[in-house]
Design a binder for this molecule. Structure first.
Ligand code: GLA
Ligand code: ZN
Length: 668
């Protein structure tokens, strides 16, 4: 970025306001210390008012004005909202619902990704736009489309595309039939044209009648289609603007598309963060989302849309309280956000998002939220010199992928089974301990970590099982849970006693299991340092083989079975938990034991509600402390270190104001 400065700015829509207003907006942004705006991602009809007729003049003018003030520009390709002329002339561009009806034009994200005309015109506007702005030095990068995810179209072209995609993946119908287990219900296919739209998402369980293996491929296909769509745009932008970066604004923990795949063609990932909805609470989810986003490319990311005020469409949520808007930014910075862009600059007087508030109100006046954003910009400017090369380096990894999420959504097995929730039980406990976490795709190399957690690891390939074994054998600590290794990569159930391919490394067998509906079991700690908790929702009836039982069950018929086990395997340990506990304190205990096994120690001890995260490179190690509560809190920190916002040296007690933050340079 600019002389090593971090980018801070806003999402800006000059087309929503009278032309005369631009100068004042830019002046206010400049005074706030902003150095970046994102524009144009919904302005297709303004840039191409009729087919093949382009008008970029209005945007040229605005970009020039920003340039005069040293404010850089990212442009969004405008394909998330097609112009009315396009929908009218090429009606097949509109997506088809699963009942065969077509979506009416009039909103956004309503296109079919297979339609030739829509694809051609999308690529062409990206081409024209990037060619036009290629020579503009003030345009530094591009955002493809906006929040790709849907809709899922059910037209005949999408079906034919799906059939072709399957053909490319499986080669022969025999191998497709085998991969999907089509001998069941006589579903064997004799021609690719016999593949139909699957019913994977019926409202009742009975509604989901399609084969789970087919459903998993249907989800994969849906991602592949959007990756393809995005790639058309990436190609033309790279051709026209080889110097510019390309990114996309993702949605954190949203899971309808495989973000790993969508990220492959991008230079870095961006995401949109809106944590403030209900009563103030610790925003675990925003940190987890940040770490998931960093994990997609193992690289720092940008916040492309950041909460700027009360959010909502029909009804709006609460306002950010003093200091809250600022600490939301620091939370992301601490986890690897290298830029910070508020959505949006000024609250719109028109359209569906009239109540989705920006930094400025409808009246366009710079008030409290603007001042707080300006404070963030000033502080980031100061912090830049220490942070620009740094990232989060973790000893703990969590395996995270979309296929496990999809397979479990399609067939939870027991009511309430949710992969992301399962992961968050561990993640939140690590958060409370102040331990940084990396999220990794199960295919990525995790051999360098000390502790690898894999809740929700439903699908396990032979390669993954071998990697887990090798990891533990070499001294790693691995932990997984209920329903691990049930499924093959094509969503068939293994014909093995659970935990299947992980049986040896975990040192247990699970001959039986059950969903628990509304009853619970009392867990019986065998190791004295575990407390007693209730097992809920599901239980594996675990028989330890090589493993040691740390917690068992109290019920008469469960006395022989284990709830929590630990197995020494080679130089390492593999842990397995066969149930779910409501009380987060249980996971705090469990994480403490796992960290012990892995010999990982937190940098500081944290009071409840304070978050810690470290960014580092060869030169610097920077500790962030973020108070998510509205109380003044004190924390023991290393003494005589430089706090970078205040320029003061630390005492052993560090004071954090309500929603306060501290940025401490740990270097000697
Ligand atoms: C998303 C979109 C924005 C806007 C905001 C607020 O994040 O990317 O265009 O719609 O939500 O609704
Ligand atoms: Zn379609």
């Amino acid at each position: 970025s600019d002389e090593g400065k971090m980018y801070v700015g806003v999402d800006y829509y000059p087309e929503h306001w009278p032309e005369e207003r631009v100068d004042q907006d830019i002046k206010l942004m400049k005074e706030a210390g902003f150095n970046l705006v994102r524009m144009a991602e919904f302005a297709w009809v303004k840039m191409e008012p009729s087919e093949g007729v382009y008008d970029f003049g209005w945007l040229d003018k605005v970009i020039d004005k920003f340039q005069q003030q040293g404010i850089k520009v990212i442009l969004g390709t405008p394909t998330a909202v097609m112009p009315a002329w396009l929908a009218r002339k090429y009606p097949a561009a509109m997506a088809t619902n699963d009942d065969g009806s077509q979506i009416d034009w009039g909103g956004r994200k309503n296109n079919c990704f297979s339609d030739g005309n829509y694809r051609r015109l999308s690529e062409r506007i990206a081409d024209e736009m990037s060619e036009h702005f290629a020579n503009h030095p003030n345009v530094i990068g591009w955002q493809t489309d906006n929040e790709l995810s849907g809709p899922i179209c059910h037209c005949q072209r999408c079906l034919a595309n799906f059939q072709d995609w399957l053909k490319a993946k499986y080669g022969t119908l025999d191998s497709l039939n085998a991969a999907w287990g089509n001998h069941f219900w006589g579903l064997t296919l004799h021609s690719w044209q016999e593949v139909t739209f699957p019913d994977c998402e019926g409202e009742s369980d009975w509604g989901k009648i399609a084969n789970p293996s087919l459903c998993l491929d249907w989800k994969r296909f849906h991602t592949a289609l959007q990756v393809d769509f995005q790639r058309d745009q990436v190609k033309v932008i790279r051709k026209n603007c080889p110097e510019d970066f390309i990114t996309h604004n993702m949605m954190g923990l949203h899971n309808n598309v495989d973000y790993y795949k969508l990220a492959e063609d991008l230079d870095f990932v961006s995401w949109d963060n809106y944590p403030v909805w209900n009563k103030p609470e610790i925003p675990y989810g925003s940190s987890m989302a940040a770490d998931v986003m960093r994990g997609l490319k193992q690289k720092n990311f940008w916040i492309m849309e950041q909460t700027a005020g009360p959010v909502g469409w029909g009804e709006f949520a609460r306002n950010t309280r003093p200091g809250e808007l600022r600490k939301i930014c620091y939370q992301q910075l601490a986890h690897g956000a290298d830029a910070q862009v508020w959505f949006r600059w000024r609250t719109s007087t028109a359209g569906r998002e009239q109540y989705w508030h920006g930094l400025l109100g409808h009246d366009g006046k710079a008030g409290r939220r603007y001042e707080e954003a300006a404070q963030v910009a000033r502080e980031y400017d100061k912090l830049s010199e220490y942070l620009t090369e740094t990232t989060v380096k973790s000893k703990v990894a969590i395996l995270y992928d979309y296929e496990n999420i999809w397979a479990t959504q399609n067939q939870p097995g027991f009511a309430g089974n949710d992969v992301q929730k399962a992961i968050s039980r561990y993640y939140n406990a690590l958060f409370r301990k102040g331990i940084n976490v990396d999220f990794l795709h199960p295919d990525y190399d995790f051999s360098g970590y000390d502790l690898v957690l894999a809740p929700g690891l439903h699908i396990v390939s032979k390669e993954l099982a071998a990697n887990i074994e090798a990891f533990v054998e070499a001294g790693g600590v691995f932990a997984t849970e209920y329903r691990a290794a049930v499924k093959t990569p094509t969503n068939l159930v293994y014909d093995l006693t659970l935990p299947g391919l992980l049986r040896e490394v975990l040192g247990i067998q699970i001959p039986e299991y059950e969903a628990m509906g509304d009853f619970t079991y009392r867990m019986e700690p065998i190791e004295p340092d575990f407390k007693s908790y209730d097992a809920t929702m599901y239980s594996d009836w675990i028989i330890p083989e090589a493993a040691q039982t740390l917690i068992g069950y109290d019920e008469w018929h469960m006395k022989d079975y284990a709830a929590l086990t630990r197995n020494q395997f080679g130089k390492g340990h593999a842990w397995y938990l066969g149930t779910i506990v409501d009380d987060p304190a249980f996971y705090d205990q469990l994480i403490a034991r796992l960290l012990d096994d892995a010999e990982i120690e937190p940098e500081v001890e944290l009071p409840a509600g304070v978050e810690a995260s470290i960014r580092q490179d060869e030169q610097h190690q920077v500790l962030f402390l973020i108070n998510h509560t509205e109380n003044e809190l004190s924390i023991k920190v290393p003494e005589n270190k430089l706090e970078l916002i205040s320029d003061r040296k630390t005492n052993s007690d560090f004071q954090l104001k309500p929603f306060g933050v501290g940025v401490i340079l740990l270097d000697d």
